[in-house]
Design a protein around this ligand. Structure first.
Ligand code: ATP
Ligand code: MG
Length: 787
């Protein structure tokens, strides 16, 4: 029955054990990558439940991704059994949604609020800019959103932002912020940043609500603490700091409640989200903010070879103002790091895939043991193309996401508007999708009614017969739509399963019929995606504890069946990092994982390829003249290097075509920061130049020098660009294609041939490039290649 204390501490070193069993004062575990922080946090939860008899419902653990949360939960359950299931292990965002679903009426929202994702926010901000008649050159929605997000992460509402504005530019931004918030409120919707900010404001404004949660959560644990922003920090502080204003749940003065036990774990060297407002100072100031705090240091790394750690230590050592720490490992030196200088990004991808091929043949490495990292999502494309050609199984994490596809967004907009008819962005999206004869004129008439009567748009639709100037045909169309929505809403009210509702939406709205009737090949893909969405909903409905908003107390009582709004919430909070494939198991070799460095946080892989190590790519061009940003890029490099367990590869391309124009980027400075004796260069730039670029070797040899010397100079002269461009466009043969062939195009990426017309020089192919659409291309010129 249950694990013994010794079992719970098994496989932990002394300081790790100390962190697991620590009781009382707030605990900060600071330690380098791979030193077991996440492991300790997980064990501690099991320890709290098993040894200290904490009720699982009194535990709140925060992870950086939903996937990490699910894994942590699974591990704890494996240790202490199913009753652990009711713990709150989630991201900050999910935890806040759960709180807000219960409490948000106090802030004047309804509990069925919608969660706007980045695309919704952008749409809304674009509307706001139009309404305020802002000059689109000066005020771009993206920039406004970024600024506003920073305000929210600092817990500043639009009034404060307006008060603090230092010039008319900031005043205007604050005005946009204010209108944006008003629109959100009218739509009964929250964006991602609101989830945190509103929870903090709720706790500030309603001490008795805060008190409820303070009493409930006796243990709060936070992983990846270095990436919390101010708002998240404030939330933790409200839950765990000793509270001077002592009130009970009714708001009456009362005796002191012991604050929750807090444990945070993190690594200042891995703070990589400053652009999202993450505040490294949260770690540095922990001891000040929690005066009786205890610190535990972990120094032994269990993940990587000493070679990899030496590389990581050397790179991060170039950052100033950090607490020096040196990672060490008992894993031995292991293999040297392998370096490769490629001709161009295609050559780099080819090198990576050939190397993986070799490793899987000789070194008992499985594809699932390998990760390829790059700085920006756009870099994945060329890897994909080469991997497909060579038949290497892979998965790209992030990039064009399933939930961003048009048909998926349409379907979700229907569901959202059923749950929350005030959600005008969603309502307007589906009002005439598929086309049902409700045009812009009709919408304007209904809007006029809404304005006149001061009612929400949905109410105005229901009262469309009062709308001034509405054509009777439009009125009939609107009435049809309202009838449909009300019918579907009754399913929601009856607590019908999410997948059943979704299927009804797709069938009764005419959405499926329209796609089925179409001969656009993209519509066939759309149908597949919708079928996938239905499958996701079904899986969700089948798993009774999957609802992230389900309250543990309710589950305890066996009451909760996840409803449509739980499903929407789950979908809204899906993030890139949640798509990371599972580690390979015994009978399955898994797939190579391709992802950006930002999504790689917290993960580990036996083999890691760190690609695109060029100044201007990584470090990113934005950071080149800016010391703090450059240090953040260096922390990103440190994160990348420390993901590797046994083998690390570093590579760069001499020529990289960004946006079609080939650029020559110097070697990344991070390469120079690797100790020379750790890296085994398979190919250097000098060699590369002699072998494959005789034009360069003769013309620019004097400027090349050693790789690192060349790396200091950026000689992307016009001549070089023109030369490279000429080289990349050889006289081409017309590829012989037929419908069904898979092809790759230089700018549109992967595609499928749909039709061929004409012959010889005049052959025109219609090719479906997925999200890029179907293109008709004259093959004589089009840079397409058959796969
Ligand atoms: P990161 O900073 O990258 O998040 P971390 O500090 O959270 O890393 P973990 O992921 O918890 O580190 O641990 C790294 C690896 O070392 C994991 O595979 C973990 O299982 C293993 N590990 C941790 N502690 C020990 C130990 N005492 N004995 C053996 N293996 C350990
Ligand atoms: Mg970790």
């Amino acid at each position: 029955r249950g694990p013994t204390a010794e079992e719970l501490l098994d496989g932990l070193n002394e300081p790790q054990r100390a962190a697991v069993v620590h009781a009382g004062a707030p605990l900060l575990v600071v330690a380098g990558a791979g030193s077991g922080k996440t492991r300790v946090l997980t064990r501690r939860i099991a320890w709290l439940i098993s040894e200290r008899k904490a009720h699982p419902g009194s535990i709140l653990a925060i992870t950086f991704t939903n996937k990490a949360a699910a894994e942590m939960k699974e591990r704890v359950e494996a240790l202490v059994g199913g009753r652990a299931r009711i713990m709150w292990v989630s991201t900050f965002h999910s935890a806040c949604v759960r709180i807000l679903r219960k409490e948000i009426d106090k802030l004047g929202y309804k509990s069925n609020f919608s969660i706007y994702d980045a695309a919704d926010s952008k749409r809304l901000m674009t509307l706001v800019c139009k309404d305020l008649d802002l000059d689109p050159k000066r005020y771009q929605p993206g920039a406004l959103l970024h600024w506003m997000s920073n305000q929210k992460n600092e817990l500043r509402d639009s009034e404060e932002a307006a008060k603090d504005a230092r010039n008319s530019f900031e005043e205007t931004m604050a005005a946009a912020y204010a209108l944006y918030q008003r629109r959100l409120r009218e739509a009964n919707a929250l964006d991602f940043d609101d989830l945190i900010m509103h929870t903090v404001h709720l706790f500030q404004a309603f001490p008795e609500v805060r008190e409820t949660y303070r009493r409930r959560f006796r243990h709060v644990l936070v992983d990846e603490y270095q990436d919390t922003n101010h708002a998240q920090y404030a939330l933790i502080h409200q839950l765990c700091a000793d509270d001077p204003e002592l009130v009970d749940v009714e708001g009456q003065p009362t005796e002191r409640v012991e604050p929750a036990e807090l444990m945070v774990v993190g690594d200042a060297d891995q703070s990589i989200y400053a652009f999202r407002g993450a505040n490294i100072r949260n770690i540095l100031d922990f001891e000040q903010d929690f005066p009786d705090a205890t610190s535990i240091l972990l120094e032994q790394n269990y993940r990587s070879t000493q070679t990899i750690l030496n590389a990581a230590n050397a790179v991060i050592g170039h950052n100033k103002g950090r607490k020096p720490k040196r990672l060490w490992s008992q894993a031995g030196d292991g293999a040297r790091i392998v370096g490769y200088v490629a001709d161009d990004e295609r050559d780099e991808a080819r090198f990576v895939s050939e190397e993986i091929d070799k490793l899987t043949d000789d070194a008992e490495v499985r594809p699932g043991d390998v990760a390829v990292f790059y700085r920006t999502n756009a870099q994945s494309r060329v890897f994909e193309e080469v991997f497909i050609r060579l038949g290497m199984p892979y998965k790209v994490v992030g990039g064009v996401r399933f939930y961003e596809r048009r048909e998926v967004r349409d379907a979700l907009a229907y569901l959202r508007m059923l749950v929350n008819p005030a959600d005008e962005i969603s309502l307007r999206r589906v009002l005439n999708t598929p086309k049902r004869g409700i045009g812009d004129r009709a919408v304007a008439c209904v809007q006029a009614l809404a304005d006149r009567e001061r009612i929400i748009f949905w109410e105005a639709l229901r009262r469309a017969d009062e709308a001034p100037g509405l054509a009777s045909r439009s009125l009939r169309a609107i009435e049809g739509f309202v009838g449909l929505v009300e019918e579907l809403q009754s399913m929601v009210d009856a607590g019908e399963r999410a997948d059943v509702i979704l299927e009804s939406v797709l069938a009764r709205s005419g959405y499926l019929v329209e796609l089925e009737a179409s001969d656009d090949p993209q519509d066939a893909t759309r149908l597949e995606n919708l079928a996938e969405l239905v499958a996701v909903a079904r899986e969700f409905s089948d798993d009774p504890v999957a609802g992230p908003s389900a309250d543990p107390a309710d589950i305890d009582a066996g009451q909760v069946a996840p409803g449509l709004s739980d499903f929407l919430e789950r979908v809204a909070l899906v993030a890139d990092a949640d798509q990371v494939p599972d580690a390979p198991d015994e009978d399955d070799g898994g797939v190579v994982t391709l992802m950006t460095l930002h999504t790689a946080k917290g993960l580990e892989f036996p083999v890691v390829f760190l690609t695109g190590l060029e100044d201007g790519v990584f470090p990113h061009s934005r950071s080149l003249g800016d010391q703090p940003e450059l240090e953040e890029e260096r922390r990103l490099a440190y994160v990348g290097v420390t993901r590797a367990q046994q083998r690390l590869y570093v590579s760069r391309a001499v020529i990289r075509s960004a946006w079609g124009a080939p650029a020559h980027n110097p070697a990344s400075r991070f390469l120079d920061e690797l100790p020379v004796d750790l890296v085994d260069w398979r190919r250097t730039e000098a060699a590369q130049t002699r072998w494959s670029r005789p034009d360069l070797a003769s013309g620019s040899a004097a400027r090349l020098g050693t790789p690192t010397e060349a790396g200091r100079r950026n000689f992307s002269s016009a001549a070089l660009r023109a030369d490279a461009a000429a080289k990349s466009k050889p006289a081409r043969e017309i590829p012989s294609l037929e419908p069904g062939d898979r092809v790759v195009h230089d700018s549109f990426g992967l595609g499928t041939v749909v039709a061929i017309e004409g012959v010889a020089d005049k052959t025109v192919a219609s090719i479906d490039f997925g999200s890029e659409g179907v293109k008709r291309l004259l093959l004589r010129y089009a840079p397409v290649e058959k796969l």
